[in-house]
Structure formats: structure tokens, C-alpha cells
Design a protein around this ligand. Structure first.
Ligand SMILES: [Zn+2]
Ligand SMILES: [Zn+2]
Length: 255
């Protein structure tokens, strides 16, 4: 009986990397819970080194609902032999996340998904998240847009291009593709992803009525977005609460 408890304690105390593994594994389980995942595709990654070049990412083609902290790949964006490893990551994951961790310092945690509503908005000729409620206003003028989809992102040049396009923003609407969020922590990236998808859901539902949208003025949209940014502690509680729910229902993500 003592063995399991001892093992868990040892892992928890081992390194800061272990806590990062647990947080990222929780985000995978939550993404599956919210149906943001797609089959065994899509990727979440998290820098573990100060320069961001060493990072954790999901093993290739494993369902998000089964991912465990101990199974996350530890990769180095400077290691050219990565794709020769027996446990090599998904190629598009390596091309996008490897290059972004190498080039974009604020991208500690990168969440790249094709969630239903964000992907529907990404499929529009104008994929802008118009400020029509509090959630959509959170993203006002804060999203980069990639309008040059050119097929699967399977070259490092494509990862470099996406990194340049992101610039100093945290969110990208990937036209004809999906979305990408990056943040300092898993908690913030998870919260941004949650609200990004909620915002897109409201936008799609509002469009679907066929009625004219009541779009906020730029001044009110900007004020609302700044009010979101001033409320920095809520996202930490959001993620902590969701981890509590996972712990009560299925704590195996932290194994
Ligand atoms: Zn994708
Ligand atoms: Zn990805």
C-alpha cells in the first residue's frame, strides 16, 4: 500500500518538470472532455527550459483522454535527429511546435486544436471574432490571422512562418484549419482556449440566426478586452478547479 503513495510523492517532489508534466497532461484530458480534440491529432506543448527550446509534447497519435504525465515526450527544438527517434512525434507537431518554441519566447505553452466552433469561424472569408458579447470582446484586436493555408504544416519553414505571423500576440486564427493559443503557463493557455471556443460558439450561433449582428463599438470592445486582461487571477482558479474535478473523477492523468 505504501508503494503507490511513495511513488507519487517522489514524482511530485522530483523536479519542476514533473509539475509541468502534470499540468500539461491535465490540459489534454480537459481538451478531450470539452470535445476540442480531433481523433488522435492536434497538439499541446510546454517549454521546460529557460530558452524554451526543450519542451514537452503529446506522443504521436495517442488519444487525449488517455494521456499521462509520464508519457509526454521531452523534445529539443535544436535536435535534428528528433524525427529519427523510435518515439518520434507527429511530423506536423514537430514542424509547428518545434519551430515556435525555438522562435517565439512568449510561447511557453502552445495549444493547437481544431475545435468545432473556432474551426467553423476559421473557415469564413472573414474569420474575425467580432465583438458581440463579453467573450468575443476578450479577443478584440488580439488575434493574428493566417489567411495563407497551404496544406498540412509539414515543413520547418511553415513553423517559422506561423511564428513570425503570431508576432507578439497570444492567439492565432488559422484560416481553413483551426486555432492556436500560446501563453506563459498551461493554466492561462487552457483558459484562453476555453474562452476562444466559447466566443466562436456564440459568434456562429449569432450568425446562424440570419439576423444582423449588434457589434460593439471599438472603444467598448477595447475597454472590455482590457478588463479581461486586468482580471489575472481568474484563469488560475479556473484551471485549478478543473484539475480538482479531474482528481475526483480520474486522477490517472497525473501518473
Ligand atoms: Zn492543425
Ligand atoms: Zn500543433
Amino acid at each position: 500500500m505504501g508503494n503507490l503513495a511513495t511513488l507519487k510523492t517522489a514524482k511530485t517532489l522530483e523536479t519542476d518538470e514533473w509539475q509541468l508534466r502534470v499540468d500539461l497532461a491535465a490540459a489534454f484530458r480537459l481538451a478531450a472532455r470539452y470535445d476540442w480534440h480531433e481523433a488522435v491529432a492536434n497538439h499541446l506543448s510546454l517549454a521546460v527550459s529557460a530558452d524554451g527550446k526543450k519542451f514537452l509534447m503529446n506522443p504521436r497519435w495517442k488519444h487525449f483522454s488517455r494521456i499521462k504525465a509520464s508519457e509526454l515526450l521531452l523534445l529539443d527544438s535544436d535536435d535534428p535527429s528528433t524525427m529519427d527517434r523510435p518515439d518520434a512525434p507527429d511530423l506536423t507537431a514537430w514542424c509547428i511546435h518545434g519551430r515556435m518554441h525555438a522562435n517565439v519566447p512568449q510561447a511557453r505553452c502552445i495549444i493547437h486544436l481544431h475545435p468545432t466552433y473556432a474551426t467553423a469561424v476559421a473557415s469564413l472569408a472573414n474569420p474575425e471574432i467580432l465583438p458581440i458579447d463579453q467573450n468575443t470582446a476578450r479577443f478584440y484586436n488580439r488575434v493574428a490571422f493566417d489567411m495563407d493555408y497551404g496544406g498540412m504544416a509539414n515543413t520547418s519553414e511553415e513553423g517559422d512562418r506561423l511564428g513570425r505571423l503570431l508576432g507578439n500576440k497570444q492567439m492565432m486564427m488559422m484560416g481553413n484549419h483551426g486555432m492556436l493559443v500560446c501563453a506563459e503557463t498551461v493554466a492561462e493557455a487552457f483558459d484562453l482556449t476555453y474562452y476562444f471556443e466559447r466566443a466562436c460558439r456564440n459568434l456562429v450561433l449569432a450568425y446562424s440566426t440570419g439576423q444582423k449582428l449588434h457589434v460593439m463599438s471599438p472603444a467598448v470592445a477595447e475597454k472590455t478586452a482590457q478588463e479581461w486582461e486586468a482580471d489575472r487571477d481568474q484563469f488560475k482558479s479556473h484551471f485549478a478547479e478543473m484539475k480538482e474535478i479531474l482528481d475526483a473523477e480520474d486522477p490517472s492523468y497525473a501518473d
